[in-house]
Write a protein that binds this ligand. Structure first.
Ligand SMILES: CC(C)(COP(=O)(O)OP(=O)(O)OC[C@H]1O[C@@H](n2cnc3c(N)ncnc32)[C@H](O)[C@@H]1OP(=O)(O)O)[C@@H](O)C(=O)NCCC(=O)NCCS
Length: 207
């Protein structure tokens, strides 16, 4: 087990810091997430393409500290990455797409850039464990709060509320609305749920 790995409930899965050996697995989770959530345009991505390795990996090469605030849920039996979380704290380098979604975190702040678990692996606590791991990670870089954005209708909001996140208002980023409207027209409803919307909310938790 990796030095910073912790066993997840249910056994057989460990939560560990992202590393160069698990980047491919994390990218696969990310691509599955955007493919199945109709969320590509929110990330400024081509609707028909998966995120290529060089583009996905680049930020972790440019700023290796980003590996310290990202984690994967790895099945011990075969090393398969089942889920991932990517966060960032004040002072860490970010991608253009990340900055489109959220301004850089200020002193003492941190963000969840994205969180996803493979569809067939959801509901057994991995998402919660990845979140819990990330609190310690961003705190080690001086964060005292964590912010995230969740789209209307996403059931993940319940998970965040359970973790102590409270809604602080709509996401102020106009790009979400612009990409969201275009996305709805071109791709259909986010999360393939007709009740969902692109009206993003910001949620914050004190760490
Ligand atoms: C959100 C997500 C990471 C949670 O992972 P998980 O391993 O299922 O989480 P846990 O087992 O710890 O917690 C389950 C809770 O997650 C939420 N959840 C469950 N299935 C979900 C789904 N398909 N989509 C969104 N949230 C879901 C629910 O609140 C659930 O609690 P409930 O069963 O009491 O309603 C996962 O469902 C996922 O990858 N969803 C798609 C990506 C996404 O929406 N990411 C968040 C963007 S803000």
């Amino acid at each position: 087990m990796a030095r910073d790995a912790t066993p997840a409930p249910g056994g057989g899965v460990s939560i560990q810091a992202l590393s160069h050996t698990t980047l491919d697995g994390a990218r696969s989770v990310f691509n599955t997430f955007v493919r199945t959530s109709n969320k590509r345009l929110c990330f400024g991505m081509c609707p028909a393409c998966d995120e290529p390795a060089d583009r996905f990996d680049n930020i972790f090469h440019e700023d290796p500290s980003r590996l310290r605030t990202a984690a994967v849920a790895v099945r011990m039996r075969d090393g398969k990455v089942l889920g991932a979380i990517v966060c960032c704290a004040h002072g860490q380098k970010r991608t253009r797409e990340e900055r489109l979604m959220e301004p850089d975190p200020g002193i003492g702040e941190s963000h969840v850039e994205w969180l996803a678990v493979l569809p067939e692996e959801r509901g057994v606590g991995m998402g919660t464990d990845l979140m819990k791991w990330s609190y310690t990670a961003v705190k080690s870089l001086g964060a005292t709060s964590m912010k995230l954005t969740v789209l209307g209708g996403n059931r993940a909001r319940v998970l965040y509320e359970r973790q102590g996140f409270a809604r602080v208002g709509p996401n102020g980023c106009a790009n979400v609305c612009v990409f969201g409207c275009v996305g709805c027209c071109l791709l259909g409803c986010p999360y393939r749920d007709p009740r969902s919307t692109f009206n993003a909310s910001e949620m914050v938790k004190t760490l």
